[in-house]
Design a protein around this ligand. Structure first.
Ligand SMILES: [Zn+2]
Length: 198
């Protein structure tokens, strides 16, 4: 006896999500099966529209509903500071502290020897173009305090230290921690007391 095909397919799709194993996928699938048609349609609609209504900002490479995104388009922001983040989740975490008024740039990953992610696999070339255009005086590295974050910070520091002032977040955040999960006060202070890379 096997599950009906539609259910099998759903389990397979769910199991492809990060940190969802086959058992969890099965549980999710049965949960969805118990929902009414309306809520399932809403769920399906948000999935179907996910790609179509999301753009990538050509300036900071963050996902957005507009290009340029509202932050890059905002002329009131400090346009001489560029905060480098791994992803949009980190950008939003920093933005929600209200501590930072400059611009952002999304790397789209971190350099990792273990996972064989080199500088060419993330948006470093685009970052070089951005810096070469001029106007940026300070680059703030807001990267995770783990091996990948440190490796990337060292690489960026080497690459750009002759062009701009480079700072990174103060170590109020615990080692190995993900920025997006840091609490607001910690993140706010890490920003406020950011310092030069030695
Ligand atoms: Zn943008």
């Amino acid at each position: 006896m096997k599950y009906p095909k539609a259910l099998e397919n759903l389990i397979k799709e769910l199991a492809s999500l990060p940190s969802v194993g086959p058992k969890t996928a099965e549980r999710y699938a049965f949960y969805l099966l118990r929902q009414n048609e309306d809520s399932l349609n809403r769920f399906a609609k948000s999935l179907a529209e996910l790609k179509g209504n999301i753009l990538v900002c050509s300036q900071c490479l963050a996902i957005s509903e507009t290009n340029p995104c509202p932050i890059c388009a905002d002329l009131k922001r400090q346009r001489e500071a560029l905060c480098i983040v791994e992803n949009i989740q980190d950008l939003i975490a920093i933005e929600s502290t209200g501590q930072y008024q400059g611009l952002y740039f999304v790397l789209g990953g971190l350099i990792s020897m273990i996972d064989k992610v080199g500088p060419e696999s993330i948006n470093i070339k685009r970052l070089e173009n951005r810096i070469n255009k001029g106007g940026i005086k300070e680059m703030i590295l807001a990267l995770n305090f783990n091996l990948e974050g440190e490796t990337t910070a060292i690489y960026l520091n080497k690459l750009f230290k002759d062009n701009v002032r480079i700072t990174h977040l103060a170590k109020g955040l615990s080692a190995g921690s993900d920025l997006e999960y840091a609490d607001q006060v910690t993140l706010k202070n890490a920003f406020k007391y950011r310092n030069e890379i030695k």
